[in-house]
Design a protein around this ligand. Structure first.
Ligand code: ATP
Length: 463
């Protein structure tokens, strides 16, 4: 089936409690979104899938959680104060602001794309995308600090702390998931481009002689995460190496993983070869030595860094789009989210067939309570059974359990699977085990074997 258009996803996200416009009762705020009860679960599951693959299943990566506000000198040294900017153009008439590269000609020659007036566009000016704030009680220039525009710098400034406290030698990585803030000129396309966003970044430190091999490794490994772990259709993913002209100031080579969004092919994740740019910049600015003794090479080196950087919000949007399907069943429309069970906000929902029969309600509620400590389970009796199934399909719940009148005599209930809609009858006391087995069976193959790393650390520097 072709990808749904964005409006369909925005509407499902709002109607079913995944994503709401931020502060909506006041008219919202461009570039900011709130995750609802199901959205927060899906988001947590995506982050957990990344953390598991990038940190917990590996022995060469550790995690950190650095502060969002850091010493402002970090952003001077990293180049963000001088260089984290987009050229922008203002319209003096309607006051709207545009990215210069989105305009269809030189600002002095074209009409404003919004109000159509001529001669009102300013020349392009660099616009720094970092949000500034003040730390402490006095709002003076000396107290200016920034909300981080990327999580990476919190990792670089902790390089020495982590390497020493965790007794690391090359190659090794430091991973972090957290909020970043970018004053994007043109936020939009739902949660694709936000001003408050969440990132999943990992900086992998290698001997400089090993950069190309590790770069190729991480491109492959990250692509595999999207397909094998998140279950994204490989046909809708592609790798796009950057042209030299579009590389960031710190990058020697970058490959984007792109998804075919309803708005066209767009970046989901970038894998960048940041060389020793950041560690050298921070060493120079702080006066601290940011190098490591490489035993294989027998020398102190400033490592090179390979960085896979992905966005949580874009991942969530991708998962929703990719999982979405509309089916025609006996003349009726069924909307299903084919979410991997590991990502589904709710794994199993228990429902009584008749909500006006207290014995059924009571038995179903007890079953849901038994399930809760073991898996993400819910109870629902707010509509007829047909409507309840449709709702669970639409939010991607892999299993529904229905307690019916016979359950009171045969002591069993029906488990219905979301995608095939097949049903099986299982004894009530065995249902928790059965659901756990079904979920475990489906999770077992998700992304566990990894692409082989380029070479054993010992072989690295010698080659
Ligand atoms: P773009 O070219 O789309 O502006 P970028 O190249 O600036 O993105 P990076 O700095 O490489 O992005 O950030 C890594 C990841 O963080 C991106 O691949 C994306 O998934 C996510 N990301 C970056 N900016 C935003 C944003 N404004 N809103 C949501 N996610 C974002």
């Amino acid at each position: 089936m072709p990808a749904p258009n964005m409006d369909v996803i925005v509407s499902l996200a709002k109607r079913r409690g995944f994503v709401f416009p931020s502060s909506e009762i006041y008219g919202g705020m461009a570039g900011f979104w709130d995750y609802g009860p199901l959205g927060v679960e899906l988001k947590n599951n995506i982050k957990a899938a990344w953390w598991r693959q990038m940190v917990q299943l590996r022995d060469d990566v550790v995690g950190i959680d650095a502060a969002i506000v850091m010493n402002p000198r970090v952003w001077e040294a990293s180049g963000h104060v001088a260089g984290f900017s987009d050229p922008m153009v203002d319209c003096r008439n309607c006051k709207l602001r545009f990215r210069a590269d989105d305009l269809k000609g030189p600002p002095s020659e074209i009409a404003c794309p919004n109000c159509g007036s001529r001669g009102t566009l300013t020349d392009a000016r660099q616009f720094n995308m970092m949000f500034a704030t003040h730390v402490g009680p006095v709002a003076e220039s000396a107290s200016v600090a920034y909300l981080r525009p990327e999580t990476a710098q919190g990792i670089f400034v902790n390089f020495e702390n982590v390497a020493t406290s965790m007794r690391r030698s090359l190659p090794f990585g430091i991973a972090q998931i957290g909020k970043s803030f970018r004053n994007e000129i043109t936020p939009g396309n739902f949660i694709f481009r936000d001003r408050e966003l969440e990132q999943m970044e990992m900086e992998f430190f290698v001997h400089p002689s090993q950069e190309d091999r590790w770069f190729a490794y991480w491109v492959e490994e990250r692509h595999r995460w999207w397909t094998d772990v998140l279950g994204i259709d490989a046909e809708r993913l592609r790798l796009r190496p950057h042209d030299p002209g579009e590389l960031s100031h710190y990058s020697k080579q970058t490959t984007d993983i792109e998804y075919r969004f309803p708005i066209g092919w767009s970046e989901l994740e970038g894998i960048a070869d940041r060389t020793d740019y950041d560690l050298r910049a921070h060493a120079a600015a702080s006066g601290k030595k940011l190098s490591i003794f490489d035993e294989a090479a027998g020398e102190h080196v400033v490592p090179y860094v390979i960085e896979p950087a992905a966005g949580v919000d874009r991942a969530l949007l991708t998962v929703l789009i990719d999982a979405y399907e509309e089916q025609q069943l006996a003349g009726e429309k069924r909307t299903v989210l084919h979410l991997r069970p590991s990502l589904a906000p709710i794994k199993a929902t228990v429902m009584p067939l008749l909500r006006n029969r207290p014995e059924l309600v009571d038995r179903a509620r007890r079953l849901a309570a038994d399930l809760k400590p073991r898996l993400a389970a819910a109870y629902d009796d707010t509509a007829s059974i047909g409507k309840l199934y449709r709702r669970q399909d639409e939010i991607g719940t892999p299993y529904c359990v229905t307690v019916d009148v016979e359950s009171l005599t045969d002591g069993a209930a029906t488990i219905r699977e979301r995608d095939s809609m097949t049903q099986e009858r299982v004894a009530l006391e065995l249902i928790p085990e059965r659901l756990e087995a079904l979920l475990a069976g489906r999770a077992a193959w998700e992304g566990v074997p990894r692409a082989a790393p380029p070479a054993a650390p010992g072989a690295d520097a010698a080659s």
